[in-house]
Ligand binder design. Sequence first.
Ligand code: ATP
Ligand code: MG
Length: 411
Amino acid sequence: MKEARKASLQVLERLEEAGFQAYWVGGCVRDELLNREPTDYDVATDAPPEKVQSLFAKTVATGIQHGTVTVLIHRQAVEVTTFREETGYRDHRHPGQVQFIKRLETDLARRDFTINAMARDRRGCLIDPFGGEKDLQSKLVRAVGEAEERFQEDALRMVRALRFCAQLRFRLDEQTKVALIRQKSLLRYLVVERVTQELEKLWATEKPSRGIRPLWEMGLFPHLPPFTRWGRVVGDPAIPVEEMDRRIGRWARWALFLHLCGVHPEKSKPHLRSFRLPAKDVEIVSSVYRLGFQWQLTPIDGRTGKQFLLTHGKEKLESALETAAAIHRWDAEEEEGMREALIRWQREMPVHHLRELRVNGRSLMEATGRKPGPWTGRVLNTLLKKVALGELPNEAEALIEEGCRLVQQDS
Ligand code: ATP
Ligand code: MG
């Protein structure tokens, strides 16, 4: 049994021994019924949070005001949340009050979808008051209770619904879909970070198109941040959204999403920033998109290809290639041909990084008697290029000699 599951089972046992109810809930119950590996094993109990803290040696008060305590067992973290009822939702995001309760069914009723509103005890008994198991069999994402009300309480549930459809390859239940369309204007209350988080989860699925096609089909862009702040309308997708499914890299998926939304590569940075992506991702994705957009299907000679590899690195170029193949609709054979060339160039290069060079800044300074300065970087990069292209052996003596010659030229 997986360590994480074992740890959560120990939590259930300890809570029951102490006279409390304790269940696995939510995602892990759903995923095990689907024979999928759960990402984590959440526990729900009627024990108050302080009681949970006192029952275990190591705990962290993760979200104690909402009833969540993280229990640490053999370096595994198990989230234990006290049964709760949520009332008085504010700004379509947060519940106004949270009340700790004794009844499991009431706790399950606050959860978003039937497939996420099941619990299982340690003996394997399933508690499924809203027909979650049946919906799992019918592959349906259905809101618990009145879908419109549930979306009004928390607008994020609308985006989660689309994400679960993609992640599990499910469909939206018809009434839930109607409710989503009717309540879509509430999407404007979402904070961008949560939308981005859901998009990232989509990029990690096999077929993200299932989650993003509805953005167009249901007309969600005019309501959903950050698209609402772009100052322009997102038009029809530039290429079929399914093109995204065949490209599995996260960078390529971000780049293709921008392309689908009609963002020009030269304008990609501010658009990527609008998702509040880390600065490093903004840099990488924008250059992947630009490279992919410009990539032509003309034969590239090895020298040019290898210089490209040196400048951008293998990882980025592979993403750019995925992006290019989708944007320019290359067929599988053309894409494969390009990929093989990339692999061949990479293999033919004796070195790929400065750290592999048998010379460094210090040895160059010693050999030339020059003070440190930007010249070392320039000279080292020229040496790297020469070695990578097979024009110079990667041997200290030859490198120093050529380095000294370059230094004279440099000054
Ligand atoms: P995964 O972790 O695989 O993304 P999950 O179902 O575990 O999926 P989490 O976001 O980890 O999703 O939430 C755990 C559980 O909490 C859910 O299964 C659901 O029961 C409940 N839940 C989470 N977010 C909401 C929400 N916005 N509204 C109602 N219930 C929610
Ligand atoms: Mg989870």
